[in-house]
Design a protein. Structure first.
Length: 136
């Protein structure tokens, strides 16, 4: 069972089904299954700026931040590198949260000449990979 929690301000036109499907595709690609949970939040630039300053010490906005919660080396999953620090007693693998700035998505999509949904999918893939310990 995979629980994907997508939060978004109603003023941001996002396709939550597409976001969930993207997460599922990435997890399947890495052969990750079981009791897994992660969150994706679509936020504004003010919130993203605040998070970036608080957690990275960078006084500006950004398009995406990922916050890993689990140490998957203590889980029953295989083929996943060690990340995070929490091992849940209920045997759910809580990967963490992905924060995406909708205004930055709009700017990036316009600059790259792609659809907003495509930009969001790309960022979600990037964020899930970070939660799995796969970095650039």
């Amino acid at each position: 069972m995979i629980n994907i929690i997508v939060n978004s301000d109603p003023r941001y036109n996002v396709n939550k089904t597409s976001i969930k499907n993207t997460v599922l595709q990435i997890l399947q690609k890495h052969r990750i299954n079981g009791k897994i949970e992660l969150g994706v939040s679509i936020v504004g630039d003010r919130k993203m700026h605040e998070l970036n300053r608080k957690y990275r010490g960078v006084d500006s906005t950004t398009d995406i931040l990922s916050f890993a919660l689990e140490d998957v080396s203590q889980s029953s999953l295989q083929h996943v590198p060690r990340i995070g620090f929490v091992a849940a007693p209920d045997r759910w693998l809580r990967l963490g949260d992905i924060m995406i700035s909708y205004p930055q998505v709009l700017e990036d999509a316009a600059m790259d000449g792609i659809a907003v949904d495509e930009e969001i999918r790309s960022l979600v893939e990037h964020g899930v990979n970070h939660l799995l310990g796969i970095h650039h």
